[in-house]
Design a protein around this ligand. Structure first.
Ligand SMILES: [Mg+2]
Length: 212
């Protein structure tokens, strides 16, 4: 008994890494596609696993339709969070540290971060000239996986949750990875990850993990 208590005290602290779009906020590009009626912008990381291919497609469409950064930012500013996302995140942050790992861009994320109470966010940057998006700069390749590996090197145990292909390497690197509201296709492709649909269920899993 005493030994068990000692071991518990020695277990390393936990950290949660969460995807942003599809987990806390709607998909930015789908919201932009709906608002602008440019349907070619609907494709997301759920549809195309190769992020560079997906972004090249998006930039080509933006240029074709002459869509400015400020126009996209005003769509994002009006975009509500997913139902219950703020309370969910607040509860998670009361359990342990939370870092949002997203493949979105600083220039897009600010209004969403405001609605979420400014949690820690690691993402990328856009290249912009005269309000036109000319390119994008990944802070590093495969940043979600790299962040999880770095946290483990800092002696954290990591619990990760995400909904798309670009989360898989993060989930694989984590001590526990969870799919959240993923497509049936993704769930079938990666049956090794628990698939969760509701925030309450994710909280239960995080609480279990934090007590390990
Ligand atoms: Mg996502």
């Amino acid at each position: 008994m005493r030994r068990a208590i000692l071991l518990k005290k020695m277990s390393s602290p936990c950290i949660i890494t969460l995807d942003l779009e599809g987990v806390l906020s709607p998909e930015i590009w789908i919201s932009v596609a709906e608002k602008t009626k440019i349907h070619e912008l609907r494709l997301t990381t759920r549809d195309i696993a190769d992020y560079d291919k997906l972004m090249s497609h998006r930039l080509k469409i933006l240029s074709l339709h002459n869509l400015k950064l400020s126009e996209i930012q005003s769509v994002i500013a009006e975009m509500p969070l997913l139902d219950g996302a703020r309370n969910f995140l607040d509860e998670l942050r009361s359990i342990c540290q939370v870092v949002i790992l997203s493949d979105t861009f600083v220039e897009f994320a600010q209004p969403i971060m405001k609605n979420l109470g400014y949690p820690t966010l690691f993402c990328h940057n856009l290249e912009v000239k005269d309000d036109r998006i000319t390119g994008y700069k990944l802070r590093q390749q495969n940043q979600k996986q790299a962040a999880v590996e770095a946290f483990k090197n800092l002696n954290f145990r990591v619990f990760s949750a995400g909904d798309s292909y670009n989360d898989i390497s993060m989930l694989k690197a984590a001590n526990v990875g969870c799919l959240f509201r993923a497509t049936e296709k993704l769930k079938a492709e990666f049956p090794q990850f628990k698939a969760v649909e509701e925030y309450d269920d994710l909280i239960v899993r995080v609480k279990e993990f934090s007590l390990l």
